[in-house]
Structure formats: structure tokens, C-alpha cells
Design a protein around this ligand. Sequence first.
Ligand SMILES: Cc1ncc(COP(=O)(O)O)c(C=O)c1O
Length: 398
Amino acid sequence: MAISKKVKTAMEDSSWVRRMFEEGEELKRLHGVSNVFDFSLGNPEMEPPPSLKKELRALADHPIAGMHRYMANSGYSETRAIIARFLADETGLPFDERHIVMTVGAAGGLNVAFKALLDEGEEVIVPSPYFAEFRFYIDNAGGRMRLVDTHDDFSLDLEGIEKAIHRNTKVVLINSPNNPTGVVYDPSSLEKLATILRKKGQELGKTIYLITDEAYRRIIYDQVKLPIAFQYYPHTLRVTSHSKDLALPGERIGYIAVHPHCGEAEALISALIFSNRTLGFVNAPALMQRLVAPLQRNSVDVRVYEEKRDLFYHALTSFGYQVVKPQGAFYIFPKAPIEDDVTFVKDLQSKRILTVPGRGFGKPGYFRIAYCVEKQMIERSLTGFEEVAFKYGLKKTG
Ligand SMILES: Cc1ncc(COP(=O)(O)O)c(C=O)c1O
């Protein structure tokens, strides 16, 4: 066989998102694109803010000599210095450009971080439900993923995390705002998590690193403030990108920020830079590094997402679905009215609605809706959600 057995198995077992996407393509062929309500992919329909176009034009009009050349594997010093200043303002911590490594999106950043930190067989604890790609990123670095279920409201099960930590644990990875649930972990849970990591680290005589996947850090609602993990625990790496806040997922631009007081920070940063180079990323895209640097305080209009969240949340709850109200990201993760989430998702497909079964995120019995789509598509899909709710007796009267 041409391809590795490992990749073959991974491809077969994985990616419900992809599978739904492919089934959706078939539905679109049959019914026409505008008659299929596709909530399967987290691909923002919004355009980047006008400030990006302005920067792009300025750079095209006044190109900088050498701007397309290779550079330091950590990225442009000017860009990293601007991000470090932003982080220093945000956290009150002494960030400087050495603490920032520019990466090929958050996905690139996570791969780089795992490669730099993990020895063969070392474990990464991940609260579940979780973004399914984490498993592969951890495996790419020879690590193992250990899942710990969250509570019914998708908040962190801190006792469960404490119990799961043992001598092989190297990293705890949290993702907030969360894909697929939209939940934001509150300050008190971060504080308690930090206490656990300190205590377990002392007991085990090692440093347990905290990686915070903050790909959705600016997509946040109801005036909720995203707690700053850096302020609770020094051995923290923030991995983030501009895929969502500046609506640039195709441009692949993100960064890793290492807490200035992180254990063995210097060695770790060198390892991150080495991993960025040798994983074949070499460096983050040059043009994007220049463009996003001045836009650190910009983002797409988050109220547009909030309005869509409200629309879905109110409609689904009125139809009788059980839903934890998302506080961020652009996903909603309702409970399916039957245990078999795949059958339920097929029912929705019969109404030309595409969603992803919860088992694709380690949580059977639920389904994920990605609402980064046009408002009109949401409005037109609601009858289908209502009809399926009737079918399962969630809603008795019209
Ligand atoms: C939780 C999470 N982390 C990371 C990523 C990767 O984002 P990027 O486009 O920055 O690589 C995604 C993308 O959807 C995501 O949902």
C-alpha cells in the first residue's frame, strides 16, 4: 500500500467535519447550493476589517526592500516587538520580542509547541469535548492525548484533571472560547487549575506546562472578559492566530507567546524556533506578519456573531433543544434528543441542514452548529430544526 497504515487509519477514523462536508457537497449537487444550510465548517463568511486592506495597499505602494526573503525562524523582530508590547499592556508582565514566535496559524503553533515540549509517550491532558485535530497534532510529536470530560455545562472538571495528572503528564491544553461548545472558562477555574498544576508539579518534581489555545480569543459576547491565563500560572504558552479575529484563516498567521517567567523559558523558546524551522514551516508568512502587526487592537465586528448566536440560541431553546448558551467562538453545541447523534444529524440532513455529530469532538449525543454563515441561512434553516424537534417530541405545539 502506498500510504502509511497509521495515516490510513487516522483518515478513516477521523474528521466527522470533513465527512459532513463531503455529504454536504452531494446535497448541494442535488438541491443547489442555496438550498442547503451548511453549518459544518468553522470557515468565517465575514471579510477582514477595512484596516487590513489599508495596510495591504500601503505595503503594495511602498514595498520594503527584501520583504519577500527568508527571515529569522521566529519571525520579524518588529512584528514580535509590537505583539510583545500589546501583551505587556494586557497582562502587566514583562513580555518582549524574545517571548513571541510567529507561526503558521494556531494549528502551526500547536504543532510547534508539542514538538518542542513532548518526548515520546508523554501525555497532554485535554478537556472534552475538544477540537478533533488536537489528537493528530499531539500524535505528530509522539505524545499521547488523555481526555478528561467536562461537566454538563462544559465547565472544567478540575478534580478530574487533577486525578488524570501523573508522572507522564507534560502539558494541559485548554481551549477557551471553546470549539465546539462556545464556553469560556471563568477566572476561578483558571485559578484553581493553576493551583493544581503547581501542586502536582511539586509532587512529581517536574514542570507541567499549560497551553492555552486562544484561536477565538476576540470572539466573545455579553461583555464577558476572557481571563488571562498568564496571570495565574507562569509555565503558560498562549497559542493564537488571526484566522478568526481578523477573518484571515486562509492566510495562516498566528503566534506563540511564552510567559516571561516560564520554566526554562530560554531553552523552550529556542526549541520552539527550531521546531518551527524543522517541521518545515520555516517561518510564518512574511506579508501577513507585516500586515497584522499594526492591527493588534483590531477585529471583525463581533456583534455580528453575537446576533447569530442569539438567533440560534433563542430559536433552538424555544423548539425544546437543550443548549448551553455559548459565550464566545462561533459554535453552538446542543444536546441531540436521542443518544445516537449520527442518526440525529442524518435527520437534520433530510431537511438539508448540515451539522457535525458530537462524537467528532469526543461527545456522542450532541451536535455542533458552526454559525459563521450568513444570517439569512440561519433564518431559513430554522423550520427544519423545528420539524425535527417535533419528530422527537421536543416540541408539542406550533
Ligand atoms: C480550537 C481551534 N484551535 C486551532 C484552530 C486552528 O486555527 P488556525 O486557522 O489559526 O490554524 C482552530 C480552527 O478552527 C480551532 O477551532
